[in-house]
Design a protein around this ligand. Sequence first.
Ligand code: AMP
Ligand code: MN
Ligand code: MN
Length: 320
Amino acid sequence: MTLDEILEEIKNAKQIVILTHETPDGDAIGSCLATKLALKKLGKSSDIIISKYAKMYDFLPSINEIMKESQVEKYDLAISLDCATLKRLDNKEYFENAKKTIIIDHHGSNNMYADINYVNPASPACAEILLAIFSYFGIEIDQEIGTCIMTGIITDTGGMQYPSTTADTFEYAADLLRKGVNISDICKRTLNTKTKANFELTKMVIDRMELLEEGKVAFSYITNEDLKKVDAKEGDHEGLVNIGREIEGVEISIFIRQKEENEEEYKVSMRSNSDQINVSDICMVYGGGGHPRAAGAVIKGDVEQVKEKLLYSIKKISKI
Ligand code: AMP
Ligand code: MN
Ligand code: MN
């Protein structure tokens, strides 16, 4: 079965690289670090290559071992974690050049771009899939691996609150808590701590919030100028999409952020409050994707144009 093939490939590989999606979240970084630590237990060294990540993840075990680039041109094996498409993969050249490739992911929109694809959309976090895989491989999940795994689970489930959270998730969490993983500390660091810049951006997002379609759609935005004004660093925009989601009557929250590299594009984040509305389907119209309740895309245009495009697709697809 696929998992045996994955173990076989890991055992056969001398040089292994671990990659994830751009602007990595807690699931992306936690999954990479957990995998590196787990491979170490199999006697395998590996490189994680991530261009940039938010400071809030500095508490994670082995975070200092993350590299920005590598001298190795052709890895024996590349493992992509938590990333739905090759387009979104950070440092994709290492993946494209690798002799063998593996995907482990939980995005329903994953388009299976590796030699071996292990994708489970029913899992609330890539990190949770890894926990099951490592157990299958007979790897002992210690406190360090557990901390990385739990960070992925906590950040992708909003602290075990989203409907994607399963009974298994709570059981895994209980096991990890017994192993000394400090779940309370992970929640505080990743969910309940705002940087000053994020706080300033929150004020702007609230100030600009529009309630559209009879209050069913919340919309807000941030421009590059705003990010500059508050001296925003990597990750400072995280969580801003949740503000609109918390308003009574809102079924879809949209938050858009101007792309740093291309002022004519916006990174869209969408969240759904209802099982009837699949925001991944809406984002896929624009080449993006994600999960039914949380998805993203990149769309060309200014704020008004992007807003109009999204409202058009929302009305067409979700019949709001
Ligand atoms: P975000 O709004 O960026 O937090 O993303 C929400 C979810 O959608 C995450 O699981 C992302 O990995 C996924 N996602 C975001 N942007 C894209 C994209 N362009 N293509 C595919 N999935 C995406
Ligand atoms: Mn992610
Ligand atoms: Mn994820």
